[in-house]
Every structure is written in structure tokens, then in C-alpha cells.
Design a protein around this ligand. Sequence first.
Ligand code: DX5
Ligand code: ZN
Length: 226
Amino acid sequence: MPVLAASVLAADHGRLRADAEAALDAGADWIHLDVMDGQFVPNLTLGPGTAEALAPLCASRDTLLDVHLMTEEPGRFMEPFIEAGADVLTVHAEAAPHLHRVVQSVRNAGVAAGVALNPATPLGALDEVLPLLDLVLVMSVNPGFGGQDFILETPDKLRRLCRRIEEQGASARVEVDGGIGPDNAAEVTRAGAEVLVAGSAVFGGEEGVAANVDALRAATAQQHAA
Ligand code: DX5
Ligand code: ZN
């Protein structure tokens, strides 16, 4: 079964911790935190204070706080998130001219290091750092907002990425983020995604978080039964 990471961007920000707790109660595995700086992406969201508020919850549930930095100069911002208790820290390849240094610093701090790729960024951007990575995040929307439509070419990119990881003997996990829901969860899992990020599909709609997580789980279980 893939890991389900609940993106609290789509939660009620007046009760973020309670919503995150509800997602974990419902069976989500990780909490995903989207950090946007209004520069790298056209939106402003959460900072290290929010990571600090959610890290104890994740620790008490023995699960991971998965921080997705959509910022310019990730080398400048990684430290406050590490101090705040991030377990996984993912930076965008497009934002980091010194990607190798940033990845090394994250790993040296004992935190899992991830690199994210925008839809237009080719997999080749990863080549020199792939062996160092714990995770590769493939964006299946253009980053900046929740609730966007899944880009249909993503499964092909996931398949090509999995082949590269295998060919290089690397051990990075593959995460997919954006527009994930019951209608495409099986397809991305089949294409090799091991971590599925979902915001709207967990916190949105009328059914409630428990029913939403059940629907996502049922979709991925179908894939495994197939
Ligand atoms: C988009 C963020 C996503 C977002 C996903 O830039 O990186 O993590 O929260 O939201 P949904 O699942 O609603 O597309
Ligand atoms: Zn994200």
C-alpha cells in the first residue's frame, strides 16, 4: 500500500492541528506541509511556526512531518524547518543552484532529503544528486495552489523516474503531489508512486475526512487487487 500524506493546505487553518489529527485518525500516514514564499510560487502559506505546532503530533503518532519547500533560496530556509521538527525536507530543483549542497546539509542534519520537480522540469535535473536522495517528489500540478487538475502526463514521468532510480541503483522513494484523488490514485500507484500527497481529496467535499481517506484507500487497494 502506498503512503498517504495528508496536505494540510486544504484543511481549516483555524483548526489545523485538530484537522491533521483527524486525518491521521482516519488512516492517513504522514502530514504534508506546503511552504510557499510568494516568489517561487504565486502564493504565501505556512512557516516554521506551523511545522513546530504539528511536529509533536507527528512524533506522538510515530509518523512523519513531510515539509515541501516551495521557496527561492531553500538553503536559507531549510534550517528553521529542521529545527522545527521536519522529518522529510523537500526542496525544488528549479530553486536551488547549489542543490547538492542543500541536499547534503539536510542529510547531515539527520533529516530525510527530497527534491521536487515541476511538471516542466526534466528528470535529468536529478542525475547528479539522485544517489543522495531519500525522496523524489514529482509535481502533478504546477505548484502554488491546492485543488488543481491532475496533469495527465504524470504517470509516464513516474514510470521513467522509477526506471532511472533502478538503473542507478538509487533508493529514493517516489512521491506524487497535486490533484490526487480516488480517480487517479490507482494509476499513479501502478506507475510507481510510493507516497501519494492529497489535500482536497482528504479535507474537501461534504463527506468528511474519514470517508475521504477510506475512498482513497479503497482506490489504491483496488490497484493492488488488480
Ligand atoms: C501544490 C501543493 C500540494 C497541494 C495539493 O502546490 O504542493 O501539496 O496541497 O493539493 P491538492 O491535493 O488539493 O491538489
Ligand atoms: Zn506539496
